[in-house]
Design a protein around this ligand. Structure first.
Ligand SMILES: [Zn+2]
Length: 486
């Protein structure tokens, strides 16, 4: 081709096309590589949450199924969840990698002054997409990249978020048994290749419910924890029967722990401040207080030194390490009870023997974390991690490009069976391919074509030198004369 140009033996347009063709083909191949790579390398992942499963429950009764995952996989002893240590904020953090102040689900009970709407996990208010759309949950990102997801009762997974529901999902219904939820998950993973899910999420309400009623230190909790181990055993058996156990990466975790409460450790707000001065937005142990118009200082003044067993913060004073300040849904005053204490307006309210929501640096608020599968090391125990690190870890396993998040893959890469490398495939959304390679390639191509064209014109020009000399005498153009003397 080079000789062709130098010799002037083919037309410039043909040569230009000959040069550009490989560049066009390379870009075409690059797109196919992304698709081919994604289909071939994307692992399967099932994320399971047993609500309120405190990190140390596995040590108090025999737990053969949890132990088998630990022995064949990885375990993290201390997982710091996000503040506040409640169910909805933490489940959304697990699938977004964001602190509550960023993803916007700041509590189980919320008020949004801009929307003038209230959110409660007890009502259908949770189905208003606007509560959720400050973040993009992992199932949406996977599906936008061409993957498929299946959700069994995970908080928020039956809400249309950014116009999308999981490919397969169960509308929330607490009366659906664990076994039925597992059967659906197995069906979704076992479907024909074009329909099978890549990512499954499974939620179970226990041992949280029993922990609230009985208190985590009650000996009656032992049977509840044994039952969870049997449920995990059922899941493992069903995965094995379907030939999925060695293929699907399984993560078993929780949203938070649980601490024991005491009936003589109750703080009654009515003793300190009139209900006429504020609206009670979120419940114990981190209470959201919305003072009535112009009453902020008065309410704060009445509460701040009222009781040594609670800490009162103006929103702007909430410690930075809680990452719980920068959201309109966080109330102007929050009150945090000390561990074991309950905040009520008076004693006529419901009292529970167990609760969570407290400071996330408390050991009692920490959830369990273990994982098993081809992506994970075997028989490996890690000391600690943050729950927001789970999101980049899952994105890595699923070969999906993570959205900006508060976690870090490098914090948890030691859990993986193979070290992540910078060239680890990351599936770009298929709609857009973010790569500089085509731009650089095209630029180099244009430079090369221009260079060859200059050489080609020069060759043609030199061939015609005698006639040009002749014409130069006729036309007497100084510029052309100079060129000819080069
Ligand atoms: Zn929970």
């Amino acid at each position: 081709m080079l000789g062709c140009l130098l010799r002037g033996g083919c037309g410039p347009l043909v040569c230009l096309w000959t040069l550009l063709l490989p560049l066009v083909s390379l870009q075409h191949l690059n797109q196919h590589w992304h698709r081919g790579h994604s289909e071939r390398d994307r692992s399967k992942l099932l994320l399971v949450s047993f609500d309120g499963f405190r990190w140390d429950y596995i040590h108090r009764v025999p737990m053969p199924n949890f132990k088998s995952i630990m022995n064949e996989g990885v375990m993290v002893e201390q997982v710091e969840d996000v503040y506040i240590t409640k169910t909805f904020p933490n489940h959304y953090s697990l699938v977004t990698g964001l602190y509550a102040e960023t993803h916007g689900i700041v509590a189980n009970e919320m008020y949004d002054p801009a929307l003038n709407l209230s959110f409660s996990m007890e009502t259908d208010s949770i189905y208003d997409s606007r509560w959720w759309e400050a973040a993009v949950p992992l199932w949406v990102t996977i599906q936008k990249a061409g993957g498929r997801c299946g959700a069994a009762m995970w908080p928020g997974s039956d809400v249309k978020i950014h116009g999308m529901l999981p490919t397969q999902y169960l509308p929330y219904n607490a009366s659906v048994s664990f076994e039925t939820r597992v059967e659906r998950i197995i069906e979704w993973f076992s479907a024909p290749k074009e329909e099978a899910v890549d990512f499954g999420i499974l939620y179970w309400e226990e041992p949280d419910e029993s922990g609230h009623i009985l208190g985590p230190e009650s000996s009656l909790m032992d049977a509840v924890i044994v039952d969870i181990d049997e449920k995990l055993g059922f899941l493992i058996n069903e995965l094995k029967k379907a030939g999925l156990y060695e293929k699907v990466n399984l993560i078993v975790t929780s949203d938070h722990g649980m601490t024991q409460l005491f009936s003589d450790k109750i703080i009654e707000l009515d003793e300190y401040v009139s209900r006429d001065l504020y609206t009670w937005v979120d419940k114990s142990p981190v209470v959201g207080i919305l003072p009535k118009e112009g009453k902020l200082e008065e309410v704060y003044g009445k509460l701040m030194d009222a009781n040594p067993n609670m800490v009162v913060y103006k929103k702007e004073e909430i410690p930075e390490h809680f990452h719980y300040r920068k959201n309109i849904r966080i109330m102007p005053i929050i009150i945090e009870a000390k561990e074991g204490w309950t905040i009520m307006q008076n004693r006529t309210g419901d009292f529970m023997l167990g609760n969570h929501g407290y400071n996330n640096t408390l050991q009692s608020m920490r959830p369990i974390f273990m994982a098993h599968g081809p992506a994970f090391r075997q028989n490996y125990v890690k000391t600690s991690m943050h729950s927001v690190d789970l999101y980049p870890l899952m994105c890595h396993i699923l070969a999906v490009r993570p959205l900006p998040n508060n976690g870090s893959l490098s914090n948890v890469k030691d859990l993986l069976s193979s070290e992540p490398t910078p060239s680890t495939p990351s599936i770009a959304p298929r709609v857009k391919e973010y790569s500089y390679a085509p731009v650089v390639g095209s630029f180099l191509g244009v430079v090369m074509v221009m260079g060859f064209l200059v050489i080609y014109i020069r060759q043609v020009t030199l061939k015609q030198l005698p006639s040009l000399k002749h014409r130069s005498r006729e036309m007497s153009q100084p510029l052309l004369q100079e060129d000819l003397h080069l």
